[in-house]
Design a protein. Structure first.
Length: 447
């Protein structure tokens, strides 16, 4: 709960100015609560208007995306790009294509991105975009025409030194290819304007793996600091997309046994350990459903409904699907079953009540901004390689990613301790991410 009078008033203001956007309110509320001890020590962040500015996007771009489906019918979707904060670098953040997308979702994601990107230690500001377009069930031709139309408008607002989008839910290598191709054609320039590109046209090795691997490097650092490791741990991972697949790969490599994965329809439980090759074949090759896993592995179980995955007994839970996927009830079920570690691969997957439940129970909790920052950090490494017109090996990128994640863990842990909240990585990540952005904003004066 926020107790500081100024911060309370600011929160009320945010709610009034952004009505009907509960996810954005949730993201802001958590950050403001974490900043209470910071504004006591640094009142200038209030007096000079830094806090009032940081909750207001620098720019919101909202546009029509017309395209023609395979039946020749005109379809209209909505596109968004929120350029939230450029204090420490060009706007940077993914694009999400999902029917649930509206301004409030992009705003919450863009806000989170400011602090996450700062935590990476690399010079990237915060932004996010997307559309309510649903790629599921669409042909490659439909996805291409949609992406080309989306980029026809977006190209006016982005650039390698201005705003560099990437993937998120529903936007992977295929979509980035169509988007990059259209940008190149419209601008007649070959620059690092998008990240997550294919390896033949400027992509970075290890970007595909980076969010999932980074999540496990962070989790490993957090466990090591408490004398523990992935070895012999039972792990549950929600989702079966980009983040979930590579979290499964690295958690397994570090000695964990992943027993469950999911999609928005249901989850599979394989007590022998998930066979990731099967999941990759279903999801990356065929764009199928996770329930097809039991056709190949009849000894595994499939259950309809995605929240049931949190009732499986595990030591480590890695939510890697979407926002608010762990409710208070799911958190209580995890705690009752003895979960020791929860680290967020998705953005804001735990509700505030769920986080409270984990913290009260003494669960090691790695918040999204810190734990899933490996994806965007490696995107920034892709930007560096593009600028240098050079590319690093997989091992070089992976080693940098590993060091970045270990640093993020220690910076968040140290900030929590410095401000009297030892062990609270939610507060630590918010504070450590905030300080660099806020000091830069102070340096610029009112602007
Ligand atoms: P993908 O589209 O590759 O996969 C998303 C996965 O989550 C799918 O299994 C999908 O199931 C499931 N999912 C999506 N929406 C819902 C929903 N409303 N309810 C239940 N399940 C859902 O996306 P990513 O793996 O890239 O992203 C996953 C999460 O990680 C997101 O929160 C994203 O913001 C975050 N993230 C991603 C990064 C990246 O580099 N890609 C970096 C940092 C964070 P289905 O197929 O049924 O829709
Ligand atoms: O939420 C995220 O950090 C991402 N979707 C990745 C953003 C990026 O620019 O790589």
């Amino acid at each position: 709960m926020i107790t500081n009078e100024y911060l309370k008033g600011l929160m009320e203001d945010v709610k009034k100015r952004n009505p009907g956007e509960p996810e954005f309110h949730q993201a802001v509320s958590e950050v403001l609560e974490s900043l209470e001890p910071v504004v006591e020590k640094y009142p200038e962040f209030i007096e000079k208007g830094v806090l009032a500015s940081i909750v207001e996007p620098e720019r919101i771009i909202k546009f029509r995306v017309p395209w023609v489906d395979d039946a020749g019918k005109v379809q209209i979707n909505r596109g968004f790009r929120i350029q939230f904060n450029s204090a420490i670098g060009p706007y940077k953040g993914g694009l999400r294509f999902h029917p649930s997308v509206y301004e409030g979702i992009i705003k919450f994601l863009g806000f989170e991105q400011i602090f996450k990107n700062s935590l990476t230690g690399l010079p990237i500001g915060g932004g996010k975009g997307g559309s309510d377009f649903d790629p599921k069930g669409k042909s490659d031709g439909e996805v291409m025409r949609f992406c080309q139309s989306f980029m026809t408008e977006l190209a006016k607002h982005i650039g390698a030194d201005t705003d560099v989008p990437a993937g998120d839910i529903g936007v992977g290598a295929r979509e980035i290819g169509y988007l990059f191709g259209q940008y190149k054609r419209l601008r007649n320039e070959f620059t690092g304007v998008l990240t997550g590109k294919g390896l033949t046209y400027g992509g970075s090795l290890a970007r595909k793996e980076a969010t999932g691997y980074g999540l496990c490097y962070f989790t490993d650092a957090m466990m090591k600091d408490h004398g523990d490791s992935f070895k012999g741990k039972t792990v549950v991972i929600s989702g079966s997309g980009n983040v979930a697949i590579y979290a499964c790969e690295k958690a397994t490599a570090l000695g964990g046994k992943v027993v469950a994965m999911s999609d928005s329809n249901g989850y599979v439980y394989d007590k022998n350990g998930i066979d990731l090759a099967t999941v990759k074949e279903i999801k990356e090759v065929r764009r199928g459903r996770i329930k097809e896993y039991v056709i190949v592995h009849p000894e595994a179980e499939y259950h309809e409904g995605c929240s049931g995955i949190w009732t499986i007994k595990c030591d480590v839970a890695l939510p890697c699907a979407t926002q608010n996927e762990i409710s208070e009830e799911s958190a209580k079920a995890l705690v009752k079953n003895g979960v020791k570690v929860v680290a967020e691969g998705a953005n804001m997957p735990s509700t505030p009540e769920a986080i409270h439940t984990f913290q009260k129970a003494g669960v090691l909790f790695g918040p999204a901004k810190a734990a899933n920052a490996g994806g965007v950090a490696t995107s920034a490494l892709e930007m560096s390689q593009n600028s240098m017109r050079y590319s690093w090996t997989f091992e070089e990128v992976d080693a940098k990613l590993h060091d970045i994640m270990v640093n993020i863990y220690h910076n968040a842990a140290n900030a929590a301790e410095e401000f009297g909240m030892k062990g609270n990585l939610v507060a630590g990540a918010n504070i450590a991410g905030f300080m660099k952005v806020a000091k830069s904003m102070l340096a610029y004066g009112v602007c």
